[in-house]
Design a protein around this ligand. Structure first.
Ligand code: HBI
Ligand code: FE
Length: 285
């Protein structure tokens, strides 16, 4: 999720930072937490999530309720698009994260939030990682985008441009919106796994909603501690993948090096504004 500077590999992790999921070790309360979060989102999202996400959701309805068994999940995902889900203790270093994605392995935190954290937590837990990210990995075009992102990450590291690429991930994979016949829909995992932001991102008058431009987004700051103040909108997953594959990121990073960062709430010349936010939050007094 967030840009990470973790250096030490914890004891008990493999060289690629994975751990056995050890499904049987989750206490019953953890499965109850999953079920509560799952039901709440499944009720909220049919009118809000991208149809490709809703189609992928069924892959999470496994043979047992509660936190999905990653072997069973990976078997289904493998059949759909060749992806797997592997467990990690928490955030992993950027190069490790990119290497997993480039090899079509999605890493998931092997823990779930406490019952008093249902609405908010900063580190990615299994609910965010699996409910938020995995359904779209069943979509062949999105699955390819995620792999391309991992490959781009390994190259960005050599250009000293991980921060630029991390912003692209943030405003697409984590907080992206997509245009559809029925209006804007959510595809970003950070929104889809959040009860509050699933409503805020589409309904609230305060954030900007701006058509995605790769270079623009790569200059845009982001916040990890609150709802976003700008969301970026794609026309389709095909368009996102095409633009990513057809952009030569090396020269783009070179050009961005001297460009100032853009504030999280700013609208800048060249933006295609879909809704201009008031930047006044209804839930803040
Ligand atoms: N580690 N477990 C985990 N999950 C992430 O989403 C993640 C990570 N490490 C790095 C990272 N994300 C991001 O900083 C990259 O997109 C740059
Ligand atoms: Fe995430």
């Amino acid at each position: 999720m967030a840009h990470s500077d973790i250096a030490e590999r914890p004891a008990g992790t493999a060289e690629d930072w994975t751990v056995p999921q050890n499904w049987d070790a989750f206490p019953a309360e953890d499965h109850v937490t999953w079920d509560a979060l799952f039901e709440r989102q499944v009720r909220l999202l049919p009118s809000r999530a991208a149809p490709e996400f809703l189609e992928g959701l069924d892959i999470l309805r496994l043979s047992r309720p509660g936190i999905p068994d990653f072997d069973e999940l990976s078997e289904r995902l493998m059949k759909a698009t060749g992806w797997q889900v592997v467990a990690v203790p928490g955030l992993v270093p950027d190069d490790v994260f990119f290497d997993h994605l480039a090899n079509r392995r999605f890493v998931s935190g092997n823990f779930i939030r406490r019952p008093d954290q249902l609405d908010y937590l900063q580190e990615p837990d299994v609910f965010h990682d699996v409910f938020g990210h995995v359904p779209l990995l069943t979509h062949p075009v999105f699955a390819d985008y995620m792999q391309a992102y991992g490959e781009a990450g390994l190259r960005a590291a050599r250009h000293g441009a991980i921060e630029n690429l991390a912003r692209l991930y943030w405003y697409t994979v984590e907080f992206g919106l997509v245009r559809s016949a029925g209006g804007l829909k959510i595809y970003g995992a950070g929104i889809l796994s959040s009860f509050g932001e699933s409503r805020f991102a589409l309904d609230d008058p305060s954030p900007n909603r701006i058509a995605l431009d790769l270079g623009r987004v790569m200059r845009t700051l982001y916040r990890i501690d609150d709802y976003q103040q700008s969301y970026f909108v794609i026309d389709s997953f095909e368009d996102l993948l095409d633009r990513t594959l057809n952009t030569d990121f090396g020269p783009l990073y070179d050009a961005l090096r001297d460009a100032p960062a853009i504030a999280i709430d700013a609208i800048v010349p060249g933006d295609t504004v879909i809704t201009r936010g008031t930047q006044e939050r209804a839930d803040k007094s």
